[in-house]
Design a protein around this ligand. Sequence first.
Ligand code: DGJ
Length: 725
Amino acid sequence: MLTSLFLLLGMFSLNTARTTLVIEAEQGKEPLIVYYGSREAAPADIATVRASGAKPQRAYPVYDMRVGELAIGNPAYALAVTQSDGAFTLDLAIENASVRRWENGEILEVVSRDKYYPVTVKNCWKSYEKEDLFETWVEITNGGKKDISLRRYYSGVLPIHKGNVHVSTFGGSWGDEARMVTAPLDNGIRLVRNIDGIRNAQSSHSEAMISLDGAPQENSGRVIGAALCWGGNYDLMFSTMAKHNYHWFLAGICPDNAEYHLEPRGTFTTPALAYSFSNEGLSGVSRNFHRWGRKYRLAHGDKERKILLNSWEGVYTRVSEPVLDKMMADWSELGGELFVLDDGWFGGKYKRTPTDCALGDWVVDKEKLPHGIPGLVQSAGRKGLKFGIWIEPEMTNTKSELFEKHPDWVLRPLHHAPIYGRGGTQLILDFTNPEVQDFIFGVVDGLMKQDPGLDYIKWDCNASIGAAGSPRLKYQSHLQAEFWAGFKKTLDRIRAAYPDLTIQTCSSGGGRASWGILPWFDEFWVSDNSDACQRVYMQWTASYFYPAITMASHISAVPNHQTGRVTSMKFRIHVAMSGRLGMEMQPKDMNPEEKELVREALVQYKRIRPVVQFGDIYRLHSPYEDGKFSSLMYCSEQKDKAVFYWFRLDNDRTHHIFPAVPMAGLDPNRNYKVEELVRGSSKPCAFEGKVFSGKFLMEHGLEMPYVHAEGKTEWSSHVLYLQAQ
Ligand code: DGJ
């Protein structure tokens, strides 16, 4: 009955477990969004509301004669085309709409054609039923005999009804990635535009949280989260006009300097925009994204990550066989599983000791490592460790044999001087060039052929494309599209050849935390800032869209190398245990108590790893709220296990009483036994070994004591493991 009413009205209702998206697609008209929100609130009433004359919003407004009508000059259009005769307008009408099933949902395709020009636009929506998530993207086809060009080609649009709408976006810089900025939406344009070219998460993230019920809440209220799945330049645009009932949210490739010329019979496919609705607040949206990401977007999202020691902050480029052997022996003794050799191991004619040379010359520096990488892999194996290695394969230096041989392999402005990256010598290889694609594949292939035992690659990227170009391109404005096509082709090839390899994306820290590139990568380095206090903030914001399994989170030395801050070992361990645990320091410099604590941490992390890496996140108290403390937890899907984290962040008052934090995600009808993990020499907390009902823990919570091991209140922290009885 409902379905037939929907069809009569040309309405397509895509349902997920708890949400509904209704698109109206009547022949001869344009696609409209009738409804997006909770499934319970949806079905029958929507059809009735629509039949009573309610006006749905344009699902994909294009640059046509209705742009003005949208609300006098509203720039919220998603597609702008220059026709072969120079005309700027489109006038699209739906030709057909169809739905088909895939294993976990449906795909709706609405094909529209211009009434005069041979241009076809296919809007696609794909539902992920179990994860409550939709992806939308667009395919634009030139059916004519002459080129047309795309001046703007966004992936998707969401009209958001006005009310008390707040938007949170994430931005920062090196060492301070993904700071959250939340503000109510008001008249005008709010634009997040990233034009780095390659490190598209360093200065801003391609994600936003849209809270519909006032200031964002973690565990209540209606929220839409959206992530553009693209590795390059992008726009997230919020446009609000006083005269219109809706805010417009649009996202896609940044069109600035990127006009795309589409040849006859050519099709341009935009990246997907993923979005999810939840009425369980920001954390609800995060859980949907985490489940979807682990299952459909992340490399090996269902495999536990190893606990690793990365050599960078321990020895920087001062690598040598005896030093690395000792580090590996210490790491093995502490219970580690994987050792990763960072920068500094390579170079032929130019030795990589300062970091201003040799990128591209991926031959081992025999003076530092006489037995080469195979020698180290074997040594690691003898100690029961897997071995991983750092590379930065998309880059070169002017001081390198690669650049001397192939000066034309780099991106640069055609006739102006390039801006050099790190060390004043670094340049980016030109992924649009098939020879470069072969070379980059060959870097990984060469290492793997030489040593099939390699388990892990840390893939770094420390430069911006900015305004550089490629001499190979007919249109410089195609650089982003062609560069990323070359990247995808090469990474597909690497993944086909080495499906089991773990690959971390690192980019001067968290510069590539993006669902656009994680399909080829297993995790990202959250930030070069390893200060545990600042990591509480950065890992908090990263967790809005990325699960703990993706977040490389390492115990580092004090004073911290980036901030100089001294925090307790226990605090540093606890913060690192809330992500993918690792270490970033020289074990030989640790005292026996610190070693004992790390040993204990590794034992305990192995126990809680499945809950942390595959569990559901519930953020409880934001560090952004008052800067005093922060708390979050992960719960297993069966709700039989949970890990609770509590971090004190300030030391303003010696005798400050912190409120109990009501927990979330537990089963109210089960009882949970509390076990405090890695408490060092501090006394067991009062709740140790006690049993509490899930109901009590969620309605009241436990008041955390804040004195840590050395008797100081600063950097007090607790990790509680809760197991159902
Ligand atoms: C930048 C990365 O973010 C660091 O972790 C480290 O790998 C250095 N590059 C090495 O040069």
